[in-house]
Design a protein around this ligand. Structure first.
Ligand code: GZL
Length: 305
């Protein structure tokens, strides 16, 4: 754990102090993820110092530096983008404060800079989306024009969801991504980018959005253009937050790949172990599935977020 010398902020009677730097509050997924982390820290009796970086890497880096100065016991964060972390992670390592990655990954070559990475396999999520679409159009002829709303540029989910999807649709040359642009995981941006897609691309058959929020924004644009989402334009999204599942149950979205934000409990387990100097699994995968409209109808009442 961190520096146990006098002056460390081990809150009160040896309570573990966790510094957490969150990406921001850009989507329903993120809100649910923040709630999970706060609730799990409370349940685990861990003192949480929480910071919201408003989507800016420089804020996350200064947040992490602040945690180092405060001599927290453990640092965890969801890196907004994959690159540019080695320096600050080295500072945490030199200060003998273990770091845990949650949700998104970093591209640091030196994996000794963090103890564990807890989160989804975004490439598999992209593959699940691509596999569903390939099946939908198996044996059919004629071009299928796909437009893609990418997540935050440079983020692990945006990079890997694009790669996984592209790999799985390659088998069918009719499936073509004719437009791809970032909507930054935000509903408002998804709407404005979809408006430009609709203006520039006369025939759009499919929308692949890297999260529900951008898909929901796009649905507003599609309906404003007098088209029927889920019918005129098939829609695939990722996350399966409540608003996405509601649109899926209504047939406005055709397929959702789940990405669970409920990482809090797994994180606190790992925090307790690394604080005791125990070794932990380097890579902890979250469990998640996929949903069709039929499945959404029965699943909706069970959703926690
Ligand atoms: C995925 C997470 C992504 C979600 C988006 O683990 O990083 O960021 O898919 C969120 O909704 O904004």
């Amino acid at each position: 754990g961190g520096d146990k010398e006098a002056g460390s902020t081990g809150g009160g009677d040896d309570k573990i102090v966790l510094g957490f730097s969150q990406v921001g509050a850009e989507s329903g997924w993120r809100t649910a993820n923040t709630e999970s982390i706060k609730a799990s820290a409370k349940a685990a009796g861990i003192e949480l110092k929480f910071s919201d970086a408003q989507g800016k890497q420089e804020n996350q880096i200064s947040d992490i530096r602040g945690f180092i100065t405060q001599k927290v016991d453990v640092i965890a964060f969801s890196p907004v983008v994959t690159s540019g972390w080695d320096a600050v992670l080295k500072e945490a390592k030199d200060a003998n404060i273990p770091v845990i990655l949650t949700d998104r990954a970093v591209d640091s070559q030196d994996t000794s800079l963090y103890k564990s990475f807890i989160g989804s396999d975004f490439k598999v999520e992209g593959e699940k989306a691509g596999e569903w679409l390939a099946k939908e159009y198996e044996g059919k002829t004629g071009d299928v024009n796909i437009v893609e709303l990418q997540g935050t540029t440079g983020s692990a989910p945006a990079i890997d969801r694009q790669t996984g999807f592209a790999e799985k649709i390659k088998a069918n040359p009719n499936l073509k991504v004719v437009k791809t642009q970032t909507g930054d995981f935000k509903r408002a941006d998804g709407k404005t980018v979809m408006e430009t897609f609709l203006q520039s691309t006369p025939k759009i058959d499919v929308l692949y959005a890297h999260n529900d929020d951008m898909g929901l924004g796009a649905i507003e644009a599609i309906e404003a253009a007098g088209k029927v989402p889920g019918k005129d334009i098939k829609i695939i999204t990722v996350d399966a937050v409540r608003d996405g599942m509601t649109a899926l149950a209504a047939g406005k979205i055709n397929f959702i790949v789940e990405c669970s934000p409920l990482l809090g409990d797994q994180l606190m387990e790992v925090v307790k172990k690394v604080n005791k100097g125990e070794t932990v699994e380097k890579r902890i995968l979250t469990k998640e599935g996929t949903f069709t409209p039929e499945q959404a109808k029965t699943e909706l009442p069970n959703r926690k977020y």
